[in-house]
Design a protein around this ligand. Sequence first.
Ligand code: NAP
Length: 255
Amino acid sequence: MKRVENKTAIVTGGSLGIGRASCVLLAKEGARVAVTDILDTEGEKLVEEIKGMGLVAEYWHLDTSNEKNVKEVIPEIHKKFGSIDVLVNNAGISGINKPTDEISYEEWNAVIKININGVFLCTKYVIPYMKEAGGGSIINMSSVYGLVGAADIPPYHASKGAVRLMSKTDALFYAKGQIRVNSIHPGFIYTPMVQNFLKPLTNPNEGMKILENLHPLGHLGEADDIAYGVVYLASDESKFITGSELVIDGGYTAR
Ligand code: NAP
């Protein structure tokens, strides 16, 4: 039996990066995967790729910050696959990088809307299905920036810290219903998010070296490093784990 056989997994922000790797690995381990994102072309291409491997996936356009969209799509996924066992709240943006006093209210809210409200909305609309099924696993993508500070991207830090505690609160609320809620805290992972951060720098190679040196293992992580954690928390191998923080950071926070 594969590790997440017979489970339906929804992955938000599934078209690129960590979400993409998680979709592929969940499908390889037997899940029916709902790939969701706002990047439709990339998401649809990924689904074709997964189906080409003889595995199960479908694509839905899902903007996690749009309640109407979330409210419509979650029931559609349930109708298509017959259950919702796993939700990976992965969609997120890094947002504006300025000191706090220079950030506009709109710039602040643009990050909060996706990184916090998106997690809230998807959780809210998935919980009734998990309650009805008698259990489930919700995996919230936080960050090392949800554990420790750094003098950059203030709304991102705020949002990832919030996601860490939202996970613990929901873990306590829903434990009796066997719905587990955990957060993952990646270090820097070489995905489009980090590539887009490095690109505009005058010396991207130097920027990369600085990022690498933040990690005692001496390099950035790969999307698969996080996807393996996602599969573990999605599977019944982690059935006694809830309210916990899975740190996958090359030693970033060990100092
Ligand atoms: P990524 O490469 O930018 O991929 C994220 C995907 O989510 C993109 O397809 C993005 O579309 C999509 N997305 C953005 N806003 C969305 C929305 N409102 N609804 C649905 N989809 C949306 O990011 P990643 O590096 O894989 O990061 C994934 C998660 O891990 C994020 O929550 C991030 O904060 C977290 N994380 C990443 C790192 C890292 O170093 N990469 C470290 C710690 C934590 P667009 O491209 O159009 O925005």
